[in-house]
Ligand binder design. Structure first.
Ligand code: SIN
Ligand code: FE2
Length: 212
């Protein structure tokens, strides 16, 4: 248990050119969790299907002007939640503030995200290696916030088979990747069993993007 306390200390870890990990960056996790509750009350988590028809193990939702949608037609950002037929919930102020602060700290002071994807990992859920490339504005970075159980984040290069760094992401950590790393391949290993004091047996990840 002592280890958990020490894991919350602040530290900056350079990952690659344009990519950085801020350990313990989040100070208002409870406010974020409240806001996540507000968003998911209106646009609940769902398991989307890949374009190939497979059910994704990660449950997703989102907020902001557009949400990321995956179905048999492929991947895209859509202003309407296909489950509710309503616009996605507004981006909570606490989300926007955190994303902007982290981006500025990483050297992207102009960052103004218009979408936040919310991923829920249950035990065993994973995200295969991929690039975030459905956004039209690739000059803007991606800001990723980890909450709940720890995960192993894989961060590689611009081609799929380059060596990958394995980073342990714990509750409160923020990763920012942009510039030369904007299209780096990345993924998340299957979530290991555990119990987090605030979130129980899940991990939640927020990723902020500028989609247009
Ligand atoms: C993502 O790749 O979009 C999410 C990464 C994560 O869950 O840490
Ligand atoms: Fe991604």
């Amino acid at each position: 248990m002592m280890l958990d306390l020490f894991e919350n200390y602040k530290e900056t870890v350079a990952i690659a050119p344009g990519a950085v990990l801020f350990k313990g960056f989040v100070e208002n996790a409870r406010a974020l969790l409240g806001a996540i509750g507000d968003v998911t009350a209106r646009s609940p988590f769902r398991h989307m299907a890949t374009s190939g028809g497979y059910r994704m193990s990660v449950a997703m939702t989102g907020c902001g002007e557009r949400g990321w949608v995956s179905d048999k037609r492929g991947y895209r950002y859509d202003p309407t939640d296909p489950e509710t037929w309503c616009p996605w919930p507004e981006m909570p102020a606490a989300f926007l503030q955190l994303a902007k602060e982290a981006a500025a700290e990483a050297g992207y002071p102009e960052f103004s995200p218009d979408a936040c994807l919310i991923n829920r990992y249950d035990i065993g859920a994973k995200l295969s290696l991929h690039q975030d490339k459905d956004e039209l504005d690739l000059t803007a970075p991606v800001v990723s916030v980890s909450l709940g159980l720890p995960a192993t984040f894989l961060f590689g290069g611009l081609s799929r088979n380059e060596p990958k760094k394995k980073l342990r992401l714990v509750h409160g950590d923020v990763v920012v990747w942009g510039g030369p790393s904007r299209l780096a391949y990345h993924g998340v290993s299957p979530l290991k069993p555990g119990l987090h004091p605030l979130l129980g047996n899940i991990r939640i990840n927020l990723t902020f993007r500028k989609t247009e």
